[in-house]
Write a protein that binds this ligand. Structure first.
Ligand code: PLP
Length: 272
């Protein structure tokens, strides 16, 4: 007789991700899945788009049918208890609609909203109607939004972090983490804004040399993972910043272009 596995209820928190596929493995859902697994969560993933890119260049993207995205989300929501959600590349207003409906149905579940608008090597990752849809439909539901300076410029009237955070929170999102990765400072300074408090300057990290791809996805997924484990927002952000910096420090170049984070840096090396 074959041995039978003892089936256990899920002992680890489930995180629902909406995002696009980056075939290079640097960003998008590959980044989300590996980060969530590395941080002890079970990822469930609704794919919104397929991109054509390698570590040098984004060539194009195709958005999936919004009805297919709604069907994927509905199937998961009726089946699986969810501890946190994370959104990445959404691509168009037509896709934001079913995503916003799904996360709104999950009221009380933290939502980390990474406002993906462009590839970091240039090239848009969305249609012209995307920004307005994110502002009106997703910001009001977000527990945390994680813009860099460029994303502040697109979503608000300014790149000044305090004012950008105020404008984002005026649209209803509860917390804002303005990341310092794209600012011209010697150290990377991240600022967390919370409704009741002044801006908290989070732990600063030495700026690493090299050009990276997938740092924003890794950070946002890491915050979602720590929130799913029940941490406070400040702890989740601090732990995610450290995890992401270490992933970048251990980063590698799988191709001839940008480096990508080594998201399993905590695992021992496998000697062949
Ligand atoms: N999602 C997808 C599918 C992408 O292709 C990209 C960038 O190319 C991103 C998200 C954002 O990547 P990053 O984490 O470097 O901001």
């Amino acid at each position: 007789m074959l041995p039978s596995a003892t089936v256990q209820p899920n002992p680890i928190p489930t995180v629902l991700v909406f995002g696009g596929h980056d075939p290079s493995g640097g960003a998008g859902i590959a980044a989300d899945i590996s980060t969530l697994l590395a941080l002890g969560c079970h990822p469930i993933v609704v794919i919104t788009a397929i991109t054509v890119q390698n570590t040098n260049q984004l060539q194009r993207y195709e958005l999936l049918d919004p009805a297919l995205i709604k069907a994927q989300a509905d199937a998961l929501l009726e089946d699986t208890p969810i501890a946190a959600c994370k959104t990445g590349m959404l691509g168009s207003a037509a896709i934001v609609a079913p995503v916003a409906a799904a996360v709104t149905a999950l009221s009380g579940v933290p939502l980390v909203f990474d406002p993906v608008l462009c590839a970091d090597r240039g090239g848009p990752l969305g249609e012209p109607d995307l920004v307005a849809a994110l502002q009106t439909s997703l910001l009001p539901r977000a527990t945390l939004v994680t813009p860099n300076i460029n994303e502040c410029r697109a979503l608000t009237s300014t790149t000044e972090p305090d004012q950008a955070a105020r404008e984002l929170m005026a649209r209803g999102c509860k917390n804002v983490l303005v990341t310092g990765t794209h600012a011209p400072t010697p150290k990377v300074v991240h600022r967390l804004y919370q409704a009741s408090n002044e801006a908290v300057e989070m732990s600063q990290w030495p700026r690493l040399t090299g050009v990276f791809h997938g740092s924003g996805c890794t950070l946002a997924s890491a915050v979602a993972a720590h929130l799913a484990h029940g941490e406070s927002m400040t702890d989740a952000v601090n732990h995610a910043l450290e995890y992401t910096w270490q992933s970048l420090r251990h980063g590698y170049r799988p191709g001839s272009g940008q480096s990508i984070p080594q998201r399993f840096w905590r695992l021992p090396k496998i000697d062949a």
